[in-house]
Design a protein around this ligand. Sequence first.
Ligand SMILES: [Zn+2]
Length: 410
Amino acid sequence: MAEFEPRSLPDLLPLYYRRIFPFGAYGRWLLYGDVSKNYFQRREFSFTLHDDIYVRYQSFNTPQELEKEIQKTCPYKIDIGAVYSHRPIQHNTVHMGAFQAQEKELVFDIDMTDYDDVRQCCRSAEICSKCWTLMTLAIRIIDRALVEDFGIKHRLWVYSGRRGVHCWVCDDSVRKWSTTLRSAAVEYLSLVKGGNETTKKVTLSDPIHPFIRESINVVKESFEEYALVGQDILGSKDSYDKVLALVPEPARETLQKEFGKKRNSIQRWELLKNKTEKNIKTQWEIMLQYCFPRLDINVSKGINHLLKSPFSVHPKTGRISVPIDLQKLDSFDPFAVPTISQLCHELDKTGNDQGDEEQNEGEVESSRRSRDCKKTSLAPYVKVFERFLEEMDRSQKEESPKPSDAQMDF
Ligand SMILES: [Zn+2]
């Protein structure tokens, strides 16, 4: 397999944007069925170009124009921003204060670096199959709440390309949410509080909120395999002292004496459960501190906050930011996500197709690209994206008033 070399990015991006990036579906997504006047035209895009040149407030008349610009400038990274009151490209010509971010998807950003105090296997930007479970749990917990507690329909979960996941909540009504509403939602979904200096980051109140209860049920399913076996959180004195710091006296003192006699994490957890039998909240607080999702609150709160676009390339790993199929969440493997060098290599191997001469140039471009993308290992991820778009189309048709037979005009 072709290894990714960050140096080779400028050579690969032109091919990726010309023949692989799914511009058709991408444009359909951001048009949102032309939901309101100039919706697409008022959307901010930002590009990171070579040498870390960062260009904000780009906007385009049509998805085709966006495509042309991307193919021309070959950005290392693409970010999506808000839909503004005016076209972002004209933000300097608009009277001060009049240029306002009006709408955006509600987004969530979950980054593995925020879990460094509770994972043993990796540090900072590293991830492995062991700690990836934290992302799976985060998606499961947040997604359940979005659907069941908030009544949200359209969520696009995306692997960031390196060490985390993003969620784009795309329902029409949610895109209109104010900063206050977004803050309230992210507050609702947050539980782990405090930075490095805080020992106890989860404190449950009485009675326990139904959202927390549901989340505990999700964590329970993986706790033994992930935390006790995989991370071995009670495996050594160093690591179990961290857990014991979360246990109130007198149980803590007893456990401190008896943990040494036990052989492994599973036995020690059994003992801890025994000694805290009457205070089950303690067990739950530990489980949640080690497993509950840690959201980057500021990314979700601000309407004008930018977030890396789906199908953008991660400039360090070369991996594509791909949609995640929630029906196969457990088998999603971040290391199996194709890199840009792999995709370009796959395309090279299949060679160029002949017989397009009859069509005009634009048609050739777009039809070739959809076929090209299907020849690479990006295809299953594009399919997930298309399924997400079909769902949105369907709801839009259901919600918009149907013309009566009399009004139909063929
Ligand atoms: Zn790891």
